[in-house]
Design a protein around this ligand. Structure first.
Ligand code: NAP
Length: 266
């Protein structure tokens, strides 16, 4: 193993054996798929969310609100205690405030909510866990952003701006910690069929009186997905696993979309 090795480059079976992984928002949607993907490849995984679940996808769970400084401090301490250190941190948890009236209707609280949940959560967790990674001279951090960082939605500007800020932050952090054998990358999902999207579709159905399939088709058309369907959480998990593995040993400071082709520009 090189000093910067996190997992062997030998492919999926046992690829993450002995690797200690923390996934925020790992009880549902993309985070749950990511946590399972690592666990199935042998990793020791802790997931975090606000709401305890009866059967966490990987057995180990920490209850924490990552939108608060206390929540991230508790999570970093408990995950470090449970795992004995963290080799791979997946900053996945996030949420968007829906503001139908657009930018002028977004109150300070809306902005602070989305900045705290999507940007400061990652900043605080990285800050808490990076000293351990620096001490062992290896580590991987992945920030889950959104296509809205490049194509801001009309009714979710604070979210889009927070995700764009996370992208810039991620790049700067990668520049700074590369010399310690730590890689930092950004994964940019498009429309992925998760509980968050199901909630959004339920809302559209209720507001418009459309049937669920029509609402779903219209959302796909509005987003514009050349592959013609929303992604699956497992589609995102596969990219995250690749970027966390030594198969991606020379990749840092980059962003990768997994969006069925939604971003229409080069
Ligand atoms: N689905 C998409 O189409 C899509 C597209 C682009 C980007 N993304 C990004 O992908 C990530 C995951 O999205 P998703 O669709 O999988 O979301 P989801 O289905 O709503 O699941 C979110 C997960 O994060 C947890 N979470 C939310 N707020 C939290 C908080 N303040 N503290 C701790 N945990 C929290 C949730 O559990 P609790 O509610 O119990 O806390 C849950 O486990 C987010 O960053 C999102 O912005 C998603």
């Amino acid at each position: 193993m090189t000093s910067a090795t996190v997992a062997s480059a030998s492919g999926p079976a046992g690829e993450f054996s002995g690797v200690r992984v923390l996934v925020t928002g790992g009880t549902k949607g993309i985070g749950a798929a990511v946590a399972l993907r690592f666990a199935e490849a042998g990793a020791d995984v802790v997931v975090a969310a606000r709401t305890p679940v009866d059967e966490p996808p990987t057995g180990r769970f920490v209850a924490a609100d990552i939108a608060t400084a206390d929540g991230t401090a508790t999570l970093a301490a408990q995950a470090t205690h449970m795992l004995g250190g963290v080799d791979v941190l997946i900053n996945n948890a996030g949420s968007q405030t829906h503001i139908p009236g657009g930018a002028l209707d977004a109150a300070d609280d809306d902005w602070y909510h989305d900045l705290d949940t999507n940007l400061m959560s990652a900043v605080r967790l990285d800050r808490a866990l990076l000293p351990g990674m620096i001490a062992q001279n290896r580590g991987v951090i992945i920030h889950i952003t959104s296509g809205q960082a490049r194509l801001p939605g009309a009714a979710s500007l604070p979210y889009a701006a927070a995700k764009a800020a996370t992208t810039v932050y991620s790049k700067g952090l990668a520049n700074e910690v590369g010399k310690h054998g730590i890689r930092v990358n950004t994964v940019v999902p498009g429309l992925i069929q998760t509980p968050a999207v199901t909630r959004r579709l339920d809302q559209i159905t209720a507001d418009s009186g459309q049937d669920a399939e029509t609402a779903r088709r219209q959302l796909i058309d509005r987003v514009g997905i050349p592959l013609g369907r929303p992604g699956r959480p497992a589609d995102v998990a596969e990219l995250v696993a690749f970027l966390a593995s030594d198969r991606a040993a020379f990749i840092t400071g980059s962003q990768y979309a997994v969006d069925g082709g939604s971003i229409p520009t080069v």
